[in-house]
Write a protein that binds this ligand. Structure first.
Ligand code: PSU
Ligand code: MN
Length: 330
């Protein structure tokens, strides 16, 4: 009887599958950001794993604040996203950024899609990865997001299956991610193949179609498209939205010329860091933070300087695109 009732309900032609709106009660959107969104003004999301796991203190905090300033200077509203005491925060106060930057790393988790339920259920604090930040940005109605680099297919990822959840997220969440491509600690050709499989529109930005590899301007791989500037980018994003594909986009902005590192030096540093990771048995979510720290160490801070320069530049580009998208009225 019960089954027949359920079947009857589901078969009604006008039956709508229930969609949970409960996430609204988990979100804390800063009033400035809510106002900007209501008025259709440009907003740029920023991630927080870079604060909690990507950079050492105090560079993490300084950079997070500087990146917000860059977005404001262009005329957009920055929205740094993180989890605090199980709440999904969109927009952080300076004190909250400081808390994520300084706190003992053991108390602050790295939160990707699969970790969100645990973080919410247990009232945890966490930096959100590109994947989790995309999800929360989308919940809040933010369409564009700037970061340094996204996760990718790790070296030997075709054997270990260590493929970042960021790539799958780009395939299923309609948010545009502006980054300097993926780090050469990863397997870039396989990462691009996987993005194609996921149906992600990937474009290089003002780089003759060359896909950047974070520390240098050319990974040796081609992106399928090249965007000449904010207008070009806005047109591509508008088409993605009109098509209602519900997938994301990755825009690869090369590191500013003056900060690009020497390719050979980077390759050697990464090979060394990779050996260290293998010898220490680093695995799972710890691989990326370990590699970032090891490379910074081996390059005596050069990679960190490059990282800071490129993320600021990416924030600027994302803000310019966001302004263009909302009608160029900043
Ligand atoms: N790449 C960087 N810096 C970072 C990260 C990636 O150059 O801080 C962070 C981002 O938050 C990204 C995450 O989403 O690492 C990917 O981790 P994993 O490979 O475990 O998916
Ligand atoms: Mn992984």
């Amino acid at each position: 009887m019960l089954l027949r009732n359920i079947a009857g309900t589901l078969l009604r032609p006008n039956y709508k599958w229930p969609t949970s709106r409960h996430f609204h009660s988990l979100l804390d959107i800063h009033p400035n950001i809510r106002n900007a969104l209501n008025q259709k003004k440009p907003v740029v999301a920023l991630e927080s794993t870079i604060i909690t796991h990507g950079m050492p203190y105090p560079h993490n905090m300084e950079t997070a604040l500087e990146v917000e300033d860059v977005v404001k200077t262009v005329g957009a509203t920055p929205a740094t996203i993180a989890c605090l005491d199980g709440r999904l925060k969109v927009g952080l106060t300076m004190e909250e950024i400081a808390k994520l930057a300084e706190v003992e790393k053991a108390d602050v988790l790295k939160c990707s899609r699969r970790d969100l339920p645990y973080v919410v259920a247990n009232g945890k604090c966490a930096g959100t990865t590109v994947a989790a930040t995309m999800i929360i940005a989308h919940m809040a109605g933010i369409k564009i997001f700037a970061t340094g680099g996204v996760g990718g297919v790790h070296r030997d990822g075709h054997i270990s299956l260590d493929v970042s959840a960021d790539l799958v997220e780009l395939g299923r969440t309609p948010v545009v991610v502006v980054s300097s491509g993926v780090k050469s600690i990863l397997d870039i050709p396989r990462t691009l193949e996987y993005l194609e499989t996921q149906g992600v529109s990937v474009a290089a930005y003002n780089n003759e179609g060359k896909f950047p590899d974070f520390y240098t301007r050319d990974s040796g791989c081609k992106a399928p498209y090249n965007l000449k500037g904010p207008q070009d980018a806005a047109a591509l994003i508008k088409a993605l939205q009109d098509l209602n594909l519900q997938s994301g986009m990755l825009i690869g902005v090369p590191i500013p010329e003056d900060y690009a590192l020497d390719k050979d030096m980077v390759r050697k540093a990464i090979d060394e860091a990779h050996k260290e990771a293998l010898a220490k048995g680093v695995e799972g979510k710890n691989v990326t933070p370990f590699m970032l720290a090891a490379v910074a160490n081996i390059t005596k801070g050069n990679s960190l300087r490059a990282n800071i320069a490129l993320i600021k530049n990416n924030a600027k580009v994302a803000a310019e695109i966001a302004c263009e998208l909302s009608g160029g009225d900043g």
